[in-house]
Design a protein around this ligand. Structure first.
Ligand SMILES: Cc1cc2nc3c(=O)[nH]c(=O)nc-3n(C[C@H](O)[C@H](O)[C@H](O)COP(=O)(O)OP(=O)(O)OC[C@H]3O[C@@H](n4cnc5c(N)ncnc54)[C@H](O)[C@@H]3O)c2cc1C
Length: 381
């Protein structure tokens, strides 16, 4: 009999973290049940950049090719001024070769469909919102009144995780003081931008774009939140700080399809669970999106937890995930927050110095930083 057959593992939350976790367990032949509060798979959403580290994992899980087919390879990252003149160009060819893996931009719903199809709907229960959890009796009570027992919970219920609120009630959610608008335009980016992720910095604002496929381009805008800009229409004013192409992408996206979010992060936790519960993804370490690593780190959590379970035991994995993951997550969270602030500098002299340094930095310097993002942890035996 499978050594895990007697244990009841519940995944709470079917976002990128929970779905990836489900796929990891399925590949390991470990039974589980995933509970998601939405009534059905989410078919909406903007774009997402899956960096090389996330794609190494998805390749390992057997869905790399499917993602590649639906998405678009990003081989360079351009950080530019507000006229799209580059201050820094990161060529990712070195990492593509080293890890035999790519950075991919993809529509979130395409990614979700690929994950759900590969997991199979049998192990996913929709319309099941966790309401309360009784840790002493290892019991979950859902909003619909149903009650189940569990042996282990993998909590992937996002930044407002109820499970985390139960375990660590004082953990604070912190505003970054910025607002993001995101959308998908049916305007295809010109060929010269086909495989570039471009992010343009203006005082107090940012614009980013990349191609998702031949018919769709993903864009985002970010602005300092001075209290007056939390308004879906403000994107139309803000985008005028950037070239015509940016304006075309934003104006061609119906406003009802634009997502507006206040950028927030969870304070750093000192533990991610207890003996039978572990938090993963945004529930454990929601971060600002400035390095495009939030979901990638959720994917790493799921993968490393799977490795620990396979090599040791569920109990060991649940208890040790934090030990294996915390250092990298902390590094990324801190640097992402700093980058978000630096990119919005308003003082002209500071901007000139910043841009000068960015242009002067050798490729080798950037490569060391990127390596820290793309290298996956090794599990010691
Ligand atoms: C503007 C912006 C841009 C971003 N861009 C990128 C990017 O390019 N690359 C990248 O890697 N990351 C990016 N991120 C971060 C990324 O979106 C998140 O880190 C990632 O989606 C987190 O996934 P998750 O599964 O942990 O949480 P979530 O996506 O929040 O999923 C949580 C799931 O749990 C469910 N749930 C919640 N409560 C309950 C409950 N009580 N019972 C049952 N189910 C429940 C929810 O319905 C949801 O499905 C970006 C974030 C933002 C804000």
């Amino acid at each position: 009999m499978n050594k895990f057959a007697m244990e009841k593992i519940c995944i709470i939350g079917g976002g990128i973290a929970g779905l990836t976790m489900a796929l990891v367990l399925k590949k390991l032949g470990i039974s589980f049940q995933l509970f998601e509060k939405s009534e059905a798979p989410n078919t909406r959403g903007a774009g997402i950049l899956l960096a090389n580290n996330a794609m190494q994992i998805y390749k390992n899980l057997g869905i790399g090719k499917e993602i590649l087919l639906k998405g678009n390879i990003i081989s360079k990252i351009h950080l530019t001024d507000n006229k799209f003149h580059p201050n820094s160009i990161q060529d990712l060819a070195y990492f593509e070769k080293k890890y035999n893996s790519y950075n991919i931009s993809i529509h979130r719903s395409d990614l979700q469909n690929i994950l759900v199809n590969n997991i199979g709907e049998d192990n996913i229960s929709y319309g099941k919102e966790l309401d309360t959890i009784d840790i002493n009796n290892k019991t979950i009570i859902f909003k619909d009144g149903s009650i189940i027992n569990y042996d282990y919970i993998i909590a992937s219920d996002g930044i407002y995780s109820k499970i985390r609120q139960n375990l660590f009630p004082t953990a604070a959610i912190i505003s970054a003081g910025q607002i993001a608008w995101r959308g998908i335009s049916t305007i295809s980016l010109p060929e010269k931008y086909a495989h570039i992720s471009l992010e343009a910095w203006a005082p107090g604002a940012r614009f980013g774009m990349n191609r998702l496929n031949e018919n769709q381009s993903y864009w985002f805008l970010v602005a300092d939140n001075d209290g007056s800009v939390f308004n879906i229409e403000y994107k139309n004013t803000l985008v005028k700080k950037f070239p015509l192409l940016a304006q075309e992408l934003v104006f061609s996206t119906p406003t009802q399809n634009v997502y507006m979010d206040e950028i927030k992060e969870l304070e750093l936790l000192e533990q991610w669970g207890n003996n039978s519960i572990v938090l993963i993804g945004d529930a454990a370490h929601s971060m600002t999106p400035n390095l495009g690593q939030g979901a990638c780190q959720a994917i790493e959590d799921a993968f490393i937890l799977g490795e620990l379970i396979q090599k040791y035991s569920i109990n060991y994995g649940i208890n040790k995930l934090f030990h294996y993951r915390n250092k990298k997550v902390k590094f990324i969270k801190n640097n992402s927050r700093k980058l978000g602030k630096i990119s919005h500098w308003k003082n002209a002299q500071c901007i000139n110095i910043r841009n000068y340094i960015m242009r002067a930095l050798p490729d080798s310097f950037n490569r060391i930083l990127v390596e820290k993002l793309f290298r996956l942890a090794k599990i010691d035996k």
